[in-house]
Design a protein around this ligand. Structure first.
Ligand code: ADP
Ligand code: ADP
Ligand code: ZN
Length: 219
């Protein structure tokens, strides 16, 4: 099991979890499981769960643990997860981490890597306010750091780029506060289990990616 890539990407909003998760997924051919993406898709589809979740997301609050845990539990049953996966944005509370332990225990499985990406708050705010997302394929851009070739359009699929409702300044402040209160304690939680590795998340995307793969090549 030690070689298996069951990865958790930990870090504040804007740390680059999604950006790096896509690259890890490609390199190791394992799925990226982003609870934020799953919830946004449900909200866009207008399901009851999605509508309910959107109320929390728009305030910058966390969606209740039992909802998110249920979604992840279901997703982990898919066959593409059998050789590994990247959890991006989950767990976000100690309760979620404990629930994940139970889910994996039952399968005789477990997390093998926890990579925590650290970025200063000023830089997080800069990244989040400039983030743009493709409405069609979900690819991320940044107006200054990672601009599309043609303004407002996705390089990959020509989809429209939009700013997430929760990437507005007021909501960003709330999300960072929630991170500090509820998610940051997870760093200690995984440190105690001897799983946590930290990577500095400022610098170029490729530079950070190579630091992450270094960690993932350690056994
Ligand atoms: P970011 O990439 O900026 O950290 P995400 O896309 O991961 O943001 O999450 C967006 C929002 O979706 C969160 O602010 C929260 O409301 C909700 N969300 C995502 N993942 C979780 C989770 N594991 N637990 C609770 N809420 C979540
Ligand atoms: P998270 O999923 O942790 O919230 P994202 O991967 O969505 O973070 O990145 C947030 C924003 O910062 C995006 O607009 C992305 O293009 C940009 N970004 C990601 N990594 C870097 C980096 N190393 N340097 C500059 N900008 C970055
Ligand atoms: Zn696209």
């Amino acid at each position: 099991m030690s070689n298996k890539k069951n990865i958790i990407l930990l870090g504040p909003p804007g740390a680059g979890k999604g950006t790096q998760a896509v690259k890890i997924a490609e390199k190791y051919n394992i799925p990226q499981i982003s609870t934020g993406d799953i919830l946004r898709r449900a909200a866009a589809a207008g399901t009851n769960l999605g509508k309910e979740a959107k109320k929390f997301m728009d305030r910058g609050d966390l969606v209740p643990d039992e909802v998110v845990v249920g979604l992840v539990d279901e997703r982990l049953m898919d066959t593409d997860c059998k050789d590994g996966y990247i959890l991006d944005g989950f767990p976000r509370t100690v309760e979620q981490a404990k629930a994940l332990d139970l889910i994996l225990d039952e399968k005789g499985d477990g997390i093998t890597y926890v990579v925590s990406i650290d970025v200063d708050e000023d830089e997080l705010i800069e990244r989040l306010t400039g983030r743009r997302t493709c409405r069609k394929c979900g690819k991320m851009y940044h107006v200054a750091f990672e601009p599309p070739k043609s303004e407002g359009k996705c390089d990959k699929c020509d989809g429209e780029l939009y700013q997430r409702d929760d990437d507005k300044k007021e909501t960003i402040t709330a999300r960072l506060r929630v991170y500090n209160e509820k998610t940051e304690p997870l760093i200690e939680y995984f440190s105690k289990k001897g799983l946590k590795r930290s990577v500095h998340g400022s610098g170029g995307i490729d530079e950070i990616f190579s630091k992450i793969t270094e960690v993932l090549e350690e056994s």
